[in-house]
Design a protein around this ligand. Structure first.
Ligand SMILES: C[S@@+](CC[C@H](N)C(=O)[O-])C[C@H]1O[C@@H](n2cnc3c(N)ncnc32)[C@H](O)[C@@H]1O
Length: 230
């Protein structure tokens, strides 16, 4: 019974990838492989349809982002998620994208998730332990921490790739400082109207910033404000 349920879920995850390819969201084989190997059902709370292309509530007034947004961010960061590189996932939530990043950079790389809700950090670790990135968590190349992601995670900086999973009113300077020369950050910026910004740190330290798409994310804020639902 359990085996056949798991088998059909894997097929549904694969079907989700095929659909994202059909719609042109996924064009990279590497990104397709990674999304296919991390079953989304392990990260979406029971009672939701994990493969449906929509954000889903995960408690604490926040959501797991939609599959097309995860795929878009992975594609935007692909060149900066090569084996051995360092990546930071701010607002790591369920740990889904953190696990995908870890598969991209492999055991010689380093991926850090930072999330300010301790309960989400605990559940994300449990989620990751059930899937393909579990060995990387065990070996220590992947770690998830409780913290204010607006401050980044200096210990493993500088990062080749920084992803921010919540919308900042402005680009946090600490994250810019922790981006490597040649590194890329993908971050939603704005309040009511938000743009997904792609920020490249050039080799001379200057920044090239462009807007990728308009988006709607929960805010990058303090824990108290988030829990009040303001
Ligand atoms: C839209 S959710 C996305 C989570 C994750 N990317 C996923 O898909 O599961 C945004 C996350 O950012 C977290 N967050 C918001 N502000 C934060 C902050 N200042 N520091 C760390 N995490 C924060 C929220 O708790 C939430 O888990």
């Amino acid at each position: 019974m359990e085996r056949s349920r798991a088998g059909s879920d894997i097929n549904k995850n694969k079907a989700m990838v095929e659909q994202l390819k059909t719609y042109g969201v996924i064009t990279s084989e590497k990104v397709a492989d990674v999304i296919e190997s991390i079953d989304r059902a392990l990260f979406v709370p029971d009672g939701n349809v994990p493969y449906y292309d929509s954000p889903m509530p995960i408690g604490y007034n926040v959501t797991i982002s939609a599959p097309h947004m995860h795929a878009t961010c992975l594609q935007l960061l692909e060149e900066n998620l090569q084996p051995g590189m360092h990546a930071l996932d701010v607002g790591s939530g369920t740990g889904y994208l953190t696990a995908c990043f870890a598969l991209m950079v492999g055991p010689q790389g380093c991926v850090v998730g930072v999330e300010h809700i301790p309960e989400l950090v605990s559940s994300s670790i449990q989620n990751i332990q059930k899937g393909a990135a579990a060995p990387l968590l065990k070996e220590g190349s992947l770690s998830v921490h409780v913290g204010d992601g607006r401050l980044g995670w200096p210990e493993h900086a500088p990062y080749d790739a920084i992803h921010v999973g919540a919308a900042a009113p402005e680009i946090p300077q600490a994250l810019v400082d922790q981006l490597k020369l040649g590194g890329r950050m993908v971050i939603p910026v704005g309040t009511i109207f938000q743009e997904l910004k792609v920020i490249d740190k050039n080799l001379d330290g200057s920044l090239s910033i462009r807007d990728e798409i308009s988006v709607r994310y929960v805010p990058l804020t303090s824990r108290d404000v988030q829990l009040q639902g303001v």
